[in-house]
Write a protein that binds this ligand. Structure first.
Ligand code: F6P
Length: 540
């Protein structure tokens, strides 16, 4: 492997450094200003990474690694519109989706920023018509229920954002997300909907995704079965897609298709027409504030020195933990009930982007790539999986995301929430020694006390937002997007394709009859056995 990053002297230096890394206790003792030296802020977000097991030498070497891997040059190439998604020969320009109106961006001789703003205007007009009750269903009633039908990037972003920004929602509009091909999902949404006042937003970049087309077809049949005339279906269905022709072929009126472009990846698409459900729910002004927050982070990413660059620092922390300290997972713990879908959103963002095992040149990597992400809103997570974070034999770093303000107006709750968040990272860092346990519990045998010992020395970062607003959410999500990109540059992988989901899709097509004879490989007795069991159980 001629050019593998893992064979470079810097990588070896970092490996050596990691084996001699002092404990968090010692790192803090050695530097009373550690918080100041290991924190940074931008766009209203404070990143405290002082509780990461990293010293100044490691940090400097990681920054040197970023330079060696040409993070700045590769960032600039992406932002310029080069086809950095080389396996699909596509530019990666979700940053253009959030450019202010007065700016232009030329791609292949076309001002794509103007195209973006034309669609934003189309979204604005439509969202206002629905929100103001001017868009009427087939019996002349205004829309009251919106059902977003989409999956992956066409579901997780809008869903995560709408839940997070619910305080800005219009109270007479309810919103549901249907993603799963499991019929229970669409059935549950339809059970509570009124066909006369329901709008289906069919979100699919490709407009070929089996789950979305199946759900959209069921929704259309439901409308027709409830008396909606065929020529009025147009009042109840809009599409968000790069494949305008397929949306029209599905039966969605041309003027009800909100287009976007191949240079916006699925998991980076909530800033595009895919964000229509967000604009409908919280209003186009708030949606554009979210875009502005993301744009602010784009500028920071593009211009801040690497030492102060939040996405770069977060990427390097991840690389350090994964590749040098051997910590493969990352728990995402937002201490904000409305950020409950953030872990799921980041799972797709990070794991679909960087869950790769060959370099850009197609060589098998000999190092780990994406972290394994999971998480839950705090304080709920504390009573579920945090036991393992505190005392498990596997060490898992955590990103705590905390919001200072109390928009619920319940000061005692907010105090308890913040105190819990800070207590968790404190406990993970310092732990509790056998001696401390002995002092608390008195002189008991060590094997009894051992259960109460916390090793500590477990790395965490804390991201603090002043308030959760459309703007700060935009900045936070853009921060993670760019973090993922920087990691992909260091690992020399393509963060923007997702061939890994294809094999399962095509095998599902082969098995769609559920006939055991559809299993082509004679040795696959497992799949055949499962299909036979289904056949038996369905006969009962
Ligand atoms: O899971 C693969 C994937 O292509 C994602 O990248 C994408 O977000 C999702 O499917 C949905 O795709 P589409 O928006 O084209 O329906």
């Amino acid at each position: 492997m001629a050019h593998s990053v893992s064979r470079t002297p810097l990588w070896c230096l970092l490996q050596q450094r990691a084996t001699h890394m002092p404990s968090l206790k010692d790192l803090f003792k050695a530097d009373p200003q550690r918080f100041n030296h290991f924190s940074a802020s931008a766009c209203g977000i404070l990143l405290d990474y002082s509780k990461q097991r990293m010293d100044t030498t490691a940090k400097l070497n990681l920054l040197a690694l970023a330079r060696q891997q040409q993070v700045e040059q590769r960032r600039d190439a992406m932002l310029r519109g080069e086809a950095v998604n080389h396996t699909e020969n596509r530019a990666v320009l979700h940053t253009v989706l959030r450019l202010p109106k007065e700016e232009s961006f030329m791609l292949n001789g076309q001002n794509i920023a103007a195209d973006v703003h034309a669609v934003l205007t189309q979204m604005r007009e439509f969202a206002n018509a629905v929100r103001e009750g001017r868009w009427l269903g087939y019996t002349g009633k205004p829309i009251r229920t919106i059902v977003n039908i989409g999956i992956g990037g066409s579901d997780l972003g809008p869903q995560m954002a709408c839940i997070a920004l619910a305080p800005w929602s219009q109270k007479n509009l309810s919103l549901h997300f249907v993603s799963n091909v499991d019929g229970r999902h669409v059935a549950d949404a339809l059970a509570n909907a009124d066909p006369e006042t329901t709008l289906f937003v069919v979100a699919s970049k490709t407009f070929t995704t089996m789950e979305t087309l199946t759900n959209a077809k069921t929704a259309r049949e439901w409308m027709l079965a409830h008396g909606c005339p065929t020529d009025q279906i147009r009042q109840h269905f809009v599409a968000l897609s790069t494949n305008v022709k397929a949306a029209e072929a599905f039966g969605i009126a041309a003027e009800n298709v909100f287009p976007f472009w191949n240079w916006a990846g699925g998991r980076y698409s909530m800033w595009s027409a895919i964000g229509l459900s967000i604009a409908l729910y919280i209003g186009p002004d708030r949606f554009e504030e979210m875009l502005a927050g993301a744009h602010e982070m784009d500028l920071h990413f593009a211009h801040a020195p690497l030492e102060q660059n939040l996405p770069v620092l977060m990427a390097l922390i991840g690389v350090w933990n994964i590749n040098f300290l051997g910590l493969q997972a990352l728990s995402i713990a937002p201490y904000h009930q409305r950020m409950t879908r953030l872990p799921a959103y980041l799972q797709q963002l990070e794991m679909e982007s960087n869950g790769k095992s060959v370099t850009r040149e197609g060589q098998r990597v000999d190092y780990s790539t994406s972290a394994i992400l999971f998480g839950e809103a705090g304080t709920n997570g504390q009573h579920a999986y945090f036991q393992l974070l505190h005392q498990g034999a596997t060490i898992i770093p955590t990103d705590f995301i905390v919001v200072a303000d109390d928009d619920a107006g319940l000061a005692s709750h907010n105090q308890a929430l913040l105190a819990n968040c800070f207590a968790q990272s404190k406990a993970m860092a310092w732990g509790k020694t056998l001696e401390e346990v002995r002092q608390e519990l008195g002189d008991q045998p060590d094997h009894v006390l051992a259960h109460r010992v916390f090793e500590g020395n477990r790395p965490t970062s804390t991201l603090m937002l002043d308030a959760l607003t459309p703007r700060s959410l935009g900045a936070l999500i853009a921060l993670y997007e760019h973090k993922v990109f920087v990691q992909s540059v260091i690992w020399d992988i393509n963060a923007f394709d997702q061939w890994g989901v294809e094999l399962g899709k095509s095998l599902a097509q082969q098995l769609i009859s559920l006939d055991p004879a559809a299993v082509r490989e004679p040795e696959d007795s497992s799949t055949r056995g499962l299909l036979q069991a289904v056949a038996r159980s369905q006969k009962l």
